[in-house]
Design a protein around this ligand. Structure first.
Ligand SMILES: Nc1ncnc2c1ncn2[C@@H]1O[C@H](COP(=O)(O)OP(=O)(O)OP(=O)(O)O)[C@@H](O)[C@H]1O
Ligand SMILES: [Mg+2]
Length: 309
Protein backbone atom coordinates (compact mmCIF):
# COMPACT_ATOMS: atom_id res chain seq x y z
CA UNK A 1 0.00 0.00 0.00
CA UNK A 2 1.23 3.50 -0.83
CA UNK A 3 0.02 5.98 1.78
CA UNK A 4 0.27 9.66 0.88
CA UNK A 5 0.26 12.40 3.51
CA UNK A 6 -0.77 15.91 2.51
CA UNK A 7 -0.55 18.60 5.19
CA UNK A 8 -1.34 21.33 2.72
CA UNK A 9 -3.68 20.01 0.03
CA UNK A 10 -5.31 22.35 -2.43
CA UNK A 11 -8.00 22.64 -4.99
CA UNK A 12 -6.16 23.47 -8.20
CA UNK A 13 -8.22 25.90 -10.24
CA UNK A 14 -6.92 26.06 -13.77
CA UNK A 15 -8.05 28.74 -16.18
CA UNK A 16 -7.01 28.47 -19.81
CA UNK A 17 -6.43 31.65 -21.82
CA UNK A 18 -5.24 32.08 -25.39
CA UNK A 19 -2.31 34.34 -24.56
CA UNK A 20 -1.84 35.56 -20.98
CA UNK A 21 -0.92 39.24 -20.64
CA UNK A 22 -0.18 40.43 -17.06
CA UNK A 23 -1.80 43.76 -16.20
CA UNK A 24 -4.46 43.37 -18.92
CA UNK A 25 -7.96 41.87 -18.99
CA UNK A 26 -7.61 38.24 -20.13
CA UNK A 27 -10.55 36.28 -21.54
CA UNK A 28 -10.87 32.83 -19.94
CA UNK A 29 -11.55 30.00 -22.42
CA UNK A 30 -12.19 27.24 -19.88
CA UNK A 31 -12.02 26.54 -16.15
CA UNK A 32 -11.47 23.32 -14.24
CA UNK A 33 -11.00 22.32 -10.62
CA UNK A 34 -8.97 19.33 -9.45
CA UNK A 35 -7.86 18.00 -6.09
CA UNK A 36 -4.20 18.97 -5.80
CA UNK A 37 -1.16 19.19 -3.59
CA UNK A 38 1.92 17.05 -4.18
CA UNK A 39 0.96 14.03 -2.10
CA UNK A 40 -2.52 13.94 -3.65
CA UNK A 41 -0.94 14.09 -7.11
CA UNK A 42 1.12 11.04 -6.16
CA UNK A 43 -2.04 9.20 -4.99
CA UNK A 44 -3.84 10.02 -8.24
CA UNK A 45 -0.98 8.63 -10.35
CA UNK A 46 -0.63 5.47 -8.23
CA UNK A 47 -4.35 4.88 -8.70
CA UNK A 48 -4.05 5.41 -12.47
CA UNK A 49 -1.37 2.71 -12.55
CA UNK A 50 -3.70 0.37 -10.67
CA UNK A 51 -1.84 0.49 -7.33
CA UNK A 52 -3.23 0.37 -3.82
CA UNK A 53 -3.21 3.78 -2.23
CA UNK A 54 -4.64 5.72 0.70
CA UNK A 55 -4.68 9.52 0.93
CA UNK A 56 -4.21 11.02 4.40
CA UNK A 57 -3.75 14.54 5.71
CA UNK A 58 -6.00 17.38 6.72
CA UNK A 59 -8.74 19.24 4.83
CA UNK A 60 -11.42 21.80 5.65
CA UNK A 61 -14.36 23.79 4.31
CA UNK A 62 -15.96 23.46 0.89
CA UNK A 63 -12.64 22.76 -0.80
CA UNK A 64 -12.05 19.94 1.66
CA UNK A 65 -15.44 18.41 0.87
CA UNK A 66 -14.68 18.76 -2.85
CA UNK A 67 -11.34 16.97 -2.49
CA UNK A 68 -13.00 14.13 -0.60
CA UNK A 69 -15.79 13.70 -3.15
CA UNK A 70 -13.43 13.86 -6.13
CA UNK A 71 -11.01 11.31 -4.66
CA UNK A 72 -13.94 8.99 -3.91
CA UNK A 73 -15.09 9.36 -7.51
CA UNK A 74 -11.63 8.44 -8.71
CA UNK A 75 -11.65 5.34 -6.51
CA UNK A 76 -8.92 6.67 -4.21
CA UNK A 77 -9.53 5.68 -0.56
CA UNK A 78 -8.92 8.56 1.87
CA UNK A 79 -9.16 9.32 5.56
CA UNK A 80 -8.49 13.01 6.13
CA UNK A 81 -8.66 14.81 9.45
CA UNK A 82 -11.27 17.59 9.20
CA UNK A 83 -10.74 21.12 10.39
CA UNK A 84 -12.78 24.32 10.22
CA UNK A 85 -10.27 26.41 8.31
CA UNK A 86 -10.86 25.97 4.57
CA UNK A 87 -8.38 24.15 2.36
CA UNK A 88 -6.59 26.56 0.04
CA UNK A 89 -7.08 27.15 -3.68
CA UNK A 90 -4.10 27.22 -6.04
CA UNK A 91 -4.61 29.10 -9.29
CA UNK A 92 -3.01 27.99 -12.54
CA UNK A 93 -3.12 30.08 -15.67
CA UNK A 94 -2.56 27.93 -18.73
CA UNK A 95 -1.44 29.90 -21.75
CA UNK A 96 -2.41 28.03 -24.93
CA UNK A 97 -0.21 29.95 -27.30
CA UNK A 98 3.00 29.97 -25.28
CA UNK A 99 2.25 26.51 -23.84
CA UNK A 100 3.18 27.80 -20.39
CA UNK A 101 1.52 27.63 -16.98
CA UNK A 102 1.65 30.43 -14.41
CA UNK A 103 0.99 29.27 -10.84
CA UNK A 104 -0.35 31.33 -7.95
CA UNK A 105 -0.20 29.17 -4.82
CA UNK A 106 -1.84 30.21 -1.54
CA UNK A 107 0.10 29.41 1.63
CA UNK A 108 -2.85 27.70 3.36
CA UNK A 109 -4.15 28.35 6.87
CA UNK A 110 -1.79 27.64 9.77
CA UNK A 111 -2.06 24.22 11.39
CA UNK A 112 -2.30 24.00 15.16
CA UNK A 113 -0.33 21.59 17.35
CA UNK A 114 -3.54 19.65 18.13
CA UNK A 115 -4.49 19.33 14.46
CA UNK A 116 -1.00 18.06 13.65
CA UNK A 117 -1.25 15.51 16.43
CA UNK A 118 -4.55 14.27 14.96
CA UNK A 119 -2.87 13.79 11.58
CA UNK A 120 -0.03 11.82 13.17
CA UNK A 121 -2.55 9.64 15.04
CA UNK A 122 -4.32 8.91 11.76
CA UNK A 123 -1.02 8.03 10.03
CA UNK A 124 0.12 5.74 12.82
CA UNK A 125 -3.29 4.02 12.91
CA UNK A 126 -3.11 3.16 9.20
CA UNK A 127 0.55 2.28 8.58
CA UNK A 128 1.58 -1.39 8.53
CA UNK A 129 5.14 -2.71 8.14
CA UNK A 130 6.16 -2.65 4.47
CA UNK A 131 3.78 0.19 3.53
CA UNK A 132 5.26 3.08 1.60
CA UNK A 133 4.55 6.44 3.23
CA UNK A 134 4.96 9.58 1.11
CA UNK A 135 5.49 12.89 2.87
CA UNK A 136 5.30 15.41 0.06
CA UNK A 137 4.77 19.11 -0.45
CA UNK A 138 5.64 22.26 1.42
CA UNK A 139 4.63 22.59 5.05
CA UNK A 140 1.76 24.99 5.75
CA UNK A 141 2.37 27.74 8.31
CA UNK A 142 2.47 26.48 11.91
CA UNK A 143 4.29 23.23 11.13
CA UNK A 144 7.75 23.11 12.72
CA UNK A 145 10.63 22.44 10.33
CA UNK A 146 11.53 19.20 12.12
CA UNK A 147 8.00 17.70 12.09
CA UNK A 148 8.55 15.53 9.01
CA UNK A 149 11.95 14.44 10.36
CA UNK A 150 10.32 13.25 13.60
CA UNK A 151 7.63 11.41 11.66
CA UNK A 152 10.25 9.76 9.43
CA UNK A 153 12.09 8.45 12.50
CA UNK A 154 8.89 6.97 13.92
CA UNK A 155 7.78 5.56 10.55
CA UNK A 156 11.20 3.97 9.98
CA UNK A 157 10.84 2.31 13.38
CA UNK A 158 7.44 1.02 12.21
CA UNK A 159 9.21 -0.54 9.18
CA UNK A 160 7.51 1.71 6.67
CA UNK A 161 9.30 2.71 3.46
CA UNK A 162 9.59 6.45 4.05
CA UNK A 163 9.60 8.87 1.12
CA UNK A 164 10.30 12.59 1.43
CA UNK A 165 9.65 15.11 -1.35
CA UNK A 166 9.87 18.59 0.07
CA UNK A 167 12.29 21.52 0.08
CA UNK A 168 14.28 23.89 2.30
CA UNK A 169 14.91 23.19 5.98
CA UNK A 170 12.25 20.43 6.28
CA UNK A 171 14.13 18.55 3.53
CA UNK A 172 17.49 19.12 5.21
CA UNK A 173 16.27 17.97 8.63
CA UNK A 174 14.22 15.18 7.04
CA UNK A 175 17.29 13.74 5.28
CA UNK A 176 19.11 13.56 8.61
CA UNK A 177 16.29 11.26 9.81
CA UNK A 178 17.14 8.91 6.89
CA UNK A 179 14.08 8.53 4.75
CA UNK A 180 14.43 5.56 2.39
CA UNK A 181 13.75 7.62 -0.75
CA UNK A 182 13.99 11.30 -1.71
CA UNK A 183 13.38 13.02 -5.06
CA UNK A 184 14.73 16.56 -5.11
CA UNK A 185 14.96 18.55 -8.34
CA UNK A 186 18.07 20.64 -9.08
CA UNK A 187 16.71 23.74 -7.31
CA UNK A 188 15.94 21.73 -4.16
CA UNK A 189 19.33 20.00 -4.30
CA UNK A 190 21.11 23.35 -4.71
CA UNK A 191 19.26 24.80 -1.74
CA UNK A 192 20.17 21.75 0.30
CA UNK A 193 23.87 22.15 -0.41
CA UNK A 194 23.77 25.95 -0.13
CA UNK A 195 25.25 26.45 -3.61
CA UNK A 196 23.96 26.57 -7.15
CA UNK A 197 24.39 23.13 -8.73
CA UNK A 198 24.55 23.45 -12.54
CA UNK A 199 26.42 20.41 -13.77
CA UNK A 200 25.45 16.79 -13.91
CA UNK A 201 28.70 15.67 -12.28
CA UNK A 202 28.01 17.92 -9.28
CA UNK A 203 24.44 16.63 -8.96
CA UNK A 204 25.77 13.05 -9.07
CA UNK A 205 28.37 13.83 -6.39
CA UNK A 206 25.68 15.43 -4.22
CA UNK A 207 23.32 12.45 -4.67
CA UNK A 208 26.12 10.02 -3.78
CA UNK A 209 26.89 12.00 -0.65
CA UNK A 210 23.26 11.76 0.47
CA UNK A 211 23.27 8.00 -0.21
CA UNK A 212 26.41 7.68 1.93
CA UNK A 213 24.54 9.54 4.67
CA UNK A 214 22.00 6.71 4.83
CA UNK A 215 19.24 7.48 2.30
CA UNK A 216 18.75 4.31 0.24
CA UNK A 217 17.58 5.86 -3.05
CA UNK A 218 18.20 9.41 -4.17
CA UNK A 219 16.50 10.48 -7.39
CA UNK A 220 17.45 13.88 -8.71
CA UNK A 221 15.07 15.00 -11.44
CA UNK A 222 16.48 17.27 -14.11
CA UNK A 223 13.32 18.46 -15.90
CA UNK A 224 13.65 17.90 -19.66
CA UNK A 225 17.12 16.40 -19.13
CA UNK A 226 15.72 13.35 -17.31
CA UNK A 227 16.98 12.22 -13.92
CA UNK A 228 19.72 10.44 -11.99
CA UNK A 229 18.97 7.49 -9.75
CA UNK A 230 21.59 6.94 -7.04
CA UNK A 231 21.86 3.98 -4.67
CA UNK A 232 24.83 2.40 -2.94
CA UNK A 233 25.11 0.03 -5.92
CA UNK A 234 25.81 2.97 -8.23
CA UNK A 235 24.18 5.62 -10.35
CA UNK A 236 21.80 5.29 -13.29
CA UNK A 237 21.32 8.18 -15.67
CA UNK A 238 17.90 8.35 -17.29
CA UNK A 239 18.02 10.61 -20.32
CA UNK A 240 15.14 12.99 -20.96
CA UNK A 241 12.93 12.51 -24.00
CA UNK A 242 12.50 15.43 -26.37
CA UNK A 243 8.73 16.02 -26.60
CA UNK A 244 6.38 18.91 -27.36
CA UNK A 245 5.78 20.18 -23.83
CA UNK A 246 2.30 21.20 -22.76
CA UNK A 247 2.70 21.58 -18.97
CA UNK A 248 5.44 20.44 -16.61
CA UNK A 249 3.28 20.96 -13.50
CA UNK A 250 3.39 17.82 -11.36
CA UNK A 251 5.98 15.98 -13.54
CA UNK A 252 8.03 15.18 -10.44
CA UNK A 253 4.98 13.93 -8.54
CA UNK A 254 3.90 11.44 -11.21
CA UNK A 255 7.51 10.33 -11.69
CA UNK A 256 7.72 9.59 -7.97
CA UNK A 257 4.37 7.75 -8.02
CA UNK A 258 5.54 5.51 -10.86
CA UNK A 259 8.80 4.76 -9.08
CA UNK A 260 7.11 3.83 -5.80
CA UNK A 261 4.50 1.71 -7.56
CA UNK A 262 7.21 -0.25 -9.39
CA UNK A 263 9.32 -0.68 -6.26
CA UNK A 264 6.34 -2.22 -4.50
CA UNK A 265 5.96 -4.63 -7.41
CA UNK A 266 9.66 -5.51 -7.18
CA UNK A 267 10.36 -4.34 -10.74
CA UNK A 268 14.12 -4.15 -11.48
CA UNK A 269 15.74 -0.83 -10.61
CA UNK A 270 16.63 -0.13 -14.24
CA UNK A 271 13.10 -0.77 -15.44
CA UNK A 272 11.74 1.27 -12.53
CA UNK A 273 13.92 4.19 -13.63
CA UNK A 274 12.82 3.80 -17.26
CA UNK A 275 9.13 3.80 -16.33
CA UNK A 276 9.59 6.78 -13.99
CA UNK A 277 11.13 8.89 -16.79
CA UNK A 278 8.45 7.76 -19.27
CA UNK A 279 5.75 8.80 -16.77
CA UNK A 280 7.29 12.25 -16.22
CA UNK A 281 7.64 12.63 -19.99
CA UNK A 282 4.03 11.65 -20.65
CA UNK A 283 2.90 14.13 -18.02
CA UNK A 284 4.84 16.93 -19.71
CA UNK A 285 2.84 16.35 -22.90
CA UNK A 286 -0.52 16.52 -21.02
CA UNK A 287 -2.41 19.60 -19.84
CA UNK A 288 -1.26 19.24 -16.23
CA UNK A 289 -4.65 18.74 -14.67
CA UNK A 290 -4.86 14.97 -14.91
CA UNK A 291 -2.15 12.33 -14.64
CA UNK A 292 -1.18 10.59 -17.90
CA UNK A 293 -2.80 7.30 -18.87
CA UNK A 294 -0.93 3.99 -18.93
CA UNK A 295 -1.16 4.04 -22.76
CA UNK A 296 0.40 7.50 -22.92
CA UNK A 297 3.25 6.37 -20.66
CA UNK A 298 3.90 3.23 -22.68
CA UNK A 299 4.30 5.30 -25.84
CA UNK A 300 7.51 6.73 -24.40
CA UNK A 301 9.05 3.63 -22.81
CA UNK A 302 11.14 2.70 -25.85
CA UNK A 303 12.48 6.22 -26.16
CA UNK A 304 13.92 6.37 -22.63
CA UNK A 305 17.64 5.64 -22.49
CA UNK A 306 19.04 4.39 -19.22
CA UNK A 307 22.79 4.46 -18.78
CA UNK A 308 24.80 2.98 -15.94
CA UNK A 309 27.46 5.48 -14.90
N1 LIG B 1 10.28 19.71 -20.34
C1 LIG B 1 10.28 18.37 -20.19
N2 LIG B 1 10.46 17.56 -21.25
C2 LIG B 1 10.47 16.23 -21.11
N3 LIG B 1 10.35 15.60 -19.92
C3 LIG B 1 10.19 16.36 -18.82
C4 LIG B 1 10.14 17.78 -18.89
N4 LIG B 1 9.97 18.26 -17.64
C5 LIG B 1 9.91 17.19 -16.83
N5 LIG B 1 10.04 16.04 -17.52
C6 LIG B 1 10.07 14.67 -16.99
O1 LIG B 1 9.51 14.64 -15.69
C7 LIG B 1 10.51 14.30 -14.70
C8 LIG B 1 10.33 15.13 -13.44
O2 LIG B 1 10.35 16.49 -13.77
P1 LIG B 1 10.96 17.68 -12.91
O3 LIG B 1 12.43 17.52 -12.79
O4 LIG B 1 10.45 18.92 -13.56
O5 LIG B 1 10.29 17.44 -11.48
P2 LIG B 1 9.89 18.50 -10.32
O6 LIG B 1 10.69 19.75 -10.49
O7 LIG B 1 9.97 17.79 -9.04
O8 LIG B 1 8.37 18.77 -10.69
P3 LIG B 1 7.11 19.06 -9.71
O9 LIG B 1 7.61 19.21 -8.31
O10 LIG B 1 6.48 20.28 -10.30
O11 LIG B 1 6.21 17.88 -9.85
C9 LIG B 1 11.85 14.52 -15.41
O12 LIG B 1 12.84 13.68 -14.86
C10 LIG B 1 11.51 14.20 -16.86
O13 LIG B 1 11.54 12.80 -17.06
MG1 LIG C 1 8.96 18.22 -7.23
Amino acid sequence: MIITVCLNPAVDKMVTVDCFVPGETNRVLSVRRDPGGKAINVAKMVRRLGGDTLALGIVGGENGAYIRSQLSEMGIPHDFVTREEPTRTNYKIADKRQRSTTELNEPGYPITEQQLEKVWKSISAHVRPGDTVVLAGTNPPGVADDTLARWIEKLNAMQAVTVLDTSGTPLKLGIAAKPRIIKPNMAELSELFGEQIHYLRDAIAAAKQIVQGGVERVIVSLGGDGAIFATKEGVLRGHGVDVPVCSTVGCGDVMLASLLYDLQRETSWEETARRAIATGTANATCSGTEPPTVEQIEEFLDRVQIERL
